[in-house]
Design a protein around this ligand. Structure first.
Ligand SMILES: CC(C)=CCC/C(C)=C/CC/C(C)=C/C=C/C(C)=C/C=C/C=C(C)/C=C/C=C(C)/C=C/C=C(C)/C=C/CC(C)(C)O
Ligand SMILES: C[S@@+](CC[C@H](N)C(=O)[O-])C[C@H]1O[C@@H](n2cnc3c(N)ncnc32)[C@H](O)[C@@H]1O
Length: 380
């Protein structure tokens, strides 16, 4: 563990304690915990603090349930705790602890006769596409955060960067690309739904998805807009895998798949809208600025850029963007969760005239910005 200097404590400025100093005193806490007008607030604050410190145990309970395939098993109906223990090789008493923790976290419920079933939340965990795969791959992130102070000081060498090797440019091994693309494609379904619900493509005739992975987003867009023509652009190790998806969805005649790197290759021309879905937050400001300027260059006047990814809350930090995705992308080595205002400013710096945020349903899944190239703008 890294050395942390001992806290020196706040300097006293006046004789009267500040509100924060008051809240930190045991006497005030004891009084407020009993006083009728404040006791509920004290309990709520205490519970919130407790949840923060217990968060790691909660995540590990979730991880154990997923790794032991308990949500899948219970989808078929309630199962006795004893039988779950036998199936998974976990001693019965220890399985009882795990299952009760699952009940406490709202994922499971106990039925008569020592049987356990999924709650509504547990069923969502089993059914949300890609969620269990995301949870399983968090073992890498948790290892990277094992020494959080060293992590935030930048003294560690996070393993997560190796999971997403494209962030550093250069060749990407096809096997590694297949693993990350599969994880992305599974979790893309909710992102595609929320993006396409928020942003209309009614006036778009040709959409190009840059960093489009294996085509899950374009397949959904093509499904919703039967006249839409589409181009997918991604690394040569990834893009060809989209062809099978498009063929299966009957979209081959309307789609083009192009392999290349947006760092070093020209972007295909001809699209009047371009999407960047969960792409910008992987990369440094320099890479993002260069990409936005390339995108601006190939769009016609009036063309639109759709950006969809989880974002920081900026001056109002929020849990998903700032206490999860910002940490995740930091562990990747080059990534950064940006606020809508930051991304908007980068779009304007690349030449875009107007940037609007379209409110997406679930900010922990994605948020959406649309940047429009001015009608009088010149192409690069
Ligand atoms: C009718 C009656 C009686 C009752 C009905 C009540 C009712 C309406 C119940 C609703 C039940 C229901 C349908 C629930 C649905 C719940 C859903 C859809 C939950 C979805 C949860 C999604 C989650 C938690 C998503 C998490 C996503 C994560 C963690 C994504 C991580 C992505 C990463 C790390 C991406 C990395 C990419 C990189 C490398 C940074 O570029
Ligand atoms: C986080 S994934 C998102 C994939 C997809 N848009 C989604 O939301 O599921 C980022 C994608 O960007 C692609 N990518 C990374 N660097 C790239 C580059 N230099 N040129 C083209 N694509 C790149 C990756 O191969 C990957 O498919």
């Amino acid at each position: 563990m890294a050395d942390v200097p001992a806290p020196t404590g706040p300097a006293r400025r006046s004789r009267l304690p500040s509100f924060h100093q008051l809240v930190a005193t045991r006497g005030f806490q004891r009084w407020a915990a009993r006083f009728p007008l404040t006791r509920r607030l004290v309990r709520r604050e205490g519970e919130a603090l407790f949840d923060l410190l217990a968060g790691f145990c909660h995540s590990q309970v979730l991880m154990a349930l997923v790794q032991l395939d308990i949500p899948e098993t219970l989808m078929a109906g309630p199962v006795a705790g004893r039988s779950l223990a036998a199936r998974t090789g976990v001693p019965e008493e220890r399985m009882a602890v795990l299952l009760r923790a699952g009940v406490a976290l709202g994922l499971l419920k106990e039925r008569r006769g020592g049987c356990f079933a999924l709650t509504q939340r547990g069923a969502a965990l089993a059914g949300v596409p890609g969620l269990q795969a995301m949870i399983r791959h968090h073992d890498v992130l948790y290892r990277d955060l094992a020494d959080p102070v060293a992590f935030f000081r930048g003294e560690t060498d996070p393993e997560l960067a190796g999971f997403w090797p494209y962030v550093f440019g250069g060749e990407v091994d096809p096997q590694v690309a297949a693993t990350y693309s599969d994880l992305m494609a599974q979790s893309q379904l909710l992102v595609a739904d929320d993006t396409l619900d928020a942003v209309s493509l009614k006036n778009v005739s040709h959409l190009m998805d840059i960093g489009g992975g294996t085509g899950a987003f374009l397949a959904e867009a093509g499904n919703r807009y039967p006249a839409l023509r589409m181009t997918l652009f991604d690394l040569p190790a990834v893009a060809p895998h989209a062809e099978a998806r498009f063929a299966q969805a009957g979209l081959t005649g309307r789609t083009r798949v192009a392999g290349g790197s947006f760092r070093s290759d020209p972007l295909p021309e001809g699209a009047d809208a371009i999407s960047l879905v969960r792409v910008l937050y992987d990369h440094t400001d320099e890479t993002v600025a260069a990409l936005l300027s390339k995108v601006f260059g190939v769009l016609p006047p009036g063309g639109r850029l759709i950006i969809s990814e989880p974002m920081s809350g900026g001056r109002r930090p929020e849990r998903a963007g700032d206490a999860y995705f910002a940490i995740y992308t930091l562990a990747m080595g080059t990534g950064k969760a940006r606020s809508a205002a930051e991304i908007g400013a980068m779009c304007r710096a690349a030449g875009f005239e107007k940037v609007q945020e379209f409110s997406a349903r679930r900010p922990f899944i994605t948020r959406c910005l649309v940047a429009t190239k001015g009608r009088k703008a010149m192409s690069n």
